[in-house]
Design a protein around this ligand. Structure first.
Ligand code: DQA
Length: 145
């Protein structure tokens, strides 16, 4: 089975962008760690990042065809995008929402998530380990399905 790991805007700058909040690991580091964790469960990964809302929506549509689960860090679209929520509502398998930072400890506007209306689980404030925790969770949900 394949898990889509989707990353939204500005996450391409991971490791360079506000490292005091988001840490020093890069997207390539996170991708490698996700692959290793998934492989440990016999799962494949499709790891993607885009700054464009339409691209994330198109990938969620593609996931309808071949993904057993979606792990998504929508970046700031978390707080703004009804369109990403609608796309996820059209996906019928597990969805985990990941935030590297603890969004509840930051500005008030980060506390509301449209994506949380659909996500089966949410991980925030665990740094980039949150992606690995989310993969562990979907691996369990896929095995139980
Ligand atoms: C983020 C939190 C969002 O509020 C922010 O806009 C991001 C990253 C996180 O991973 O902590 O871009 O999703």
């Amino acid at each position: 089975a394949t898990i889509y790991v989707l990353n939204g805007p500005n996450l391409n700058l991971l490791g360079k962008r506000q490292p005091e909040i988001y840490g020093h690991e890069t997207m390539a580091d996170v991708e490698a760690a996700c692959r290793a964790t998934a492989e440990g469960h016999g799962l494949q990964i499709r790891y993607l990042q885009s700054n464009a809302e339409h691209q994330l929506i198109d990938w969620i549509h593609e996931a309808r065809e071949d993904a057993a689960a979606i792990v998504i860090n929508p970046g700031a679209y978390t707080h703004t995008s009804i369109a990403i929520l609608d796309a996820l509502n059209a996906f019928e398998r597990p969805v985990m929402e990941v935030h590297i930072s603890n969004v509840h400890k930051r500005e008030e506007f980060r506390r509301h998530s449209y994506v949380s209306l659909r996500a089966d689980g949410v991980i925030a404030g665990c740094g980039t380990q949150g992606y690995l925790l989310a993969i562990e969770r979907v691996a369990r949900l896929i095995a139980a399905a």
